[in-house]
Design a protein around this ligand. Sequence first.
Ligand code: ADP
Length: 490
Amino acid sequence: MSRQKVNPLRVLFVTSEAFPLIKTGGLADVSGSLPAALREMGHDVRLLIPGYRQVTEKLQNARQLLQIEQLPMVGSVGLLAGEMPGTGVPVMAILAPQLYEREGGPYLDAKGREWLDNPLRFGILSLVAATLGRKDSPLADWIPDIVHVNDWQSGLTPAFMRHSGAPCAKSVLSIHNLAFQGNCAEEWVGKLGLPHHAYHINGLEYYGQLSFLKAGVYYADSITTVSPTYAAEIQTPDFGFGMEGLLTNRSKDIHGILNGIDTNEWNPATDPHLAHPYDENSLDEKIRIKQALQEHLGLTQDADAPLLGMVSRLTHQKGLDLVLECAKPLLADGCQLALLGGGEPMLEHSFWHLALEYPQQVSVNIGYNEPLSHQIMAGADIFLMPSRFEPCGLNQMYGLRYGTPPVVRRPGGLADSVQDTNPASLRDGSANGFVFDLANASELLAAIRHALACYRNKPEWRQIQQNGMHCDLSWKHSAEAYQGVYQSLL
Ligand code: ADP
């Protein structure tokens, strides 16, 4: 069947992080790869991102594009045009050193506290996006058909467009995590130049505050979220973080599209961070990576000791406190644990203590480390992801791709990407990991022990690994689904 021919669209993709320019989590991975996949389909996609120092330093062929004038509180900002390293996707970075060029991360200072002026920093991102989305945009030779915004950081864009009084592009909001809403004091409505009459339950207001994400949910022409299961979950009180009512009202405009992964960046056969490349036919090489990892992390060098890997933000969402709860029986069974992550101090300290108590079996690296994340993904035998909620989750997919079967809880994208191992799924070739239901340590322990039993049955384990490695995790299907959403608006 020949693919239907579609007209190329102009899409402004607005994001607060994009790999490889700057990354704190999955949003960066999506922003790095979805625009590239859409461009491969013939669409003219351009990224808009704050000009953090990391961004302006890494942009290729950077050149000044134009100034955008008369913005509230900051006056004017510059736009720097350049290209994404690797994919060549065109990028526009907002030059406003007073907002974006700071020590620390995109959202938090070096001590982990939110920047107090985040409403301004991301209000300006949203307003610049809305300005470029107008039919009378200052970028006259590139008027987008679609402005695609992501999470709360660009969530005000559809509100700015709606209240601009000008004809504008259609807007799509993608929700990558409903837990982060960008709520702030009402005074920001006026400071950011939004009309006061819009500060209303049917508008910008959310429980007595201005909410960037709520504004996006209310005003966007279409809403997507990053897995079909999460699209249903966010319309329920358990996962809706208070927005389930509004989301249910918009039900017919919500599309759940499972993320893909960058299969070039995450490819064990070509991964530059691995000393020994491998694929599904040379899985024995994985043992050599495991041994190198054990050595590097100071763990006992034992090819038979099951090595359980974790790479994660350390927050309640990710459920790694459950791993702490069942760590001792696992260590008594002879397992090793390797954690890379950072976040809540309580969790960091608890893992540190465990590592101090069991230095030869537990390795804890606090911080962000791209090469080590690849090495853990490849060198671990089993990947742990017991999230309480998980809009999509990418790490479980990296685990599948690297022949490191994941143990996951069932919510969101985990349910949509991991198939529990049981006699039926082993028979039909879909078994690729281990899934448990309730967020408690005994269920997690049982799921890990199930994985360990399979791990000891080498032919069965090999089949589970290969089933995961054969999954099509590329962006192709997802990018086609986004294209469908765009077209439905035009
Ligand atoms: P989330 O976006 O909720 O943090 P995802 O699983 O969707 O979770 O994506 C997390 C991404 O961030 C993955 O690419 C993962 O490898 C990466 N990551 C998380 N923590 C670290 C870390 N400490 N060092 C390196 N990469 C990390």
